[in-house]
Design a protein around this ligand. Sequence first.
Ligand code: NAP
Ligand code: GLV
Length: 309
Amino acid sequence: MAILFKSTPASIRRWRPFLTQAWPERDLRFWPEIGDRAEVRHALVWHPEPGLLASFPNLKLIVSLGAGVDHILRDPELPAGVPIVRLVDPYMTRAMSEYVVLQVLRLHRQDFVYRIQQAAAEWREHDQKNAAERTVGLLGFGQLGQDAAAKLKALGFDVAGWSRSGRAVPGFTTYGGAPGLNALLRRSEILVSLLPMTPETENILDAGLFARLPHGAGLVNAGRGRQLVEADLLAALDSGQVSAAVLDVFREEPLPPTHPFWRHPRIIVTPHVAAETHPPTATAIIATAIEDFEAGRPVANAIDRDKGY
Ligand code: NAP
Ligand code: GLV
């Protein structure tokens, strides 16, 4: 009963020592040394090529090496009925919250304006609100959104969250569905997106959404690049409807060197690093998922294929 690990060569080098140490007795197959495909029961994957998972006839469980599962669900030949588990690791959650707090503070404290002024050696003060006077809206109020919200709240920000269900989260105002989105956007001077990539969230960050934000709102996108309509963001920055944006994820990754985002004075680009998978902590979480699955126990963080996350 073999376990396949399929990711980039660099990722295999990072993970291999932790997986082999945690599971010395297991038959681990690191891509591309996969041996007999019929022996593979579980697959730990990041961006598997379409059709790859279907080539293992006895596959029982698919584990995403990240929080998102869009890289698996995009496969038109994905074997039906095989459960998919995503990675939920408190280490990654804390990393994402650090990123969100950093970028929200950057937008809140008008750091873009002062960087532009510094480049021109311009000494000019601007009125500054306190965090308690600043509203932050989170699109996606799940594992990552709620932790970031708690940390922003601890800094004094007025935080609200939007989710599919709109389910109540103690301590926060929450909104759900299309009517809820209007209400959240109206109040969000800083908008942070931590949405999973699904057919419903594709292109959600578009001109229509930007128009419903308060004029001059700031944007952080650490969900997925295909959620952002890039031309609409550039137009919203030109008009001042959006004052600045911090982007961690892109339609094309790596972001091509000629892309206008790289040199835009009101855009910060980070290379999909907001919350990276951390093999030392993730290994134990994945081991537990596989052990629970094999023992017939409920497996935490199994995704709902119909919802797409
Ligand atoms: P999660 O716990 O599943 O939370 C997802 C949230 O999004 C939930 O609140 C869900 O609503 C909401 N949602 C989903 N579809 C929606 C829709 N159509 N309309 C409104 N709300 C919707 O996921 P997570 O662990 O927080 O991760 C979120 C995403 O972050 C991942 O899928 C991945 O794309 C991204 N991510 C990025 C990085 C990075 O480094 N940039 C790292 C990790 C993850 P319900 O609560 O009603 O279900
Ligand atoms: C990273 O983007 C992840 O989904 O974990």
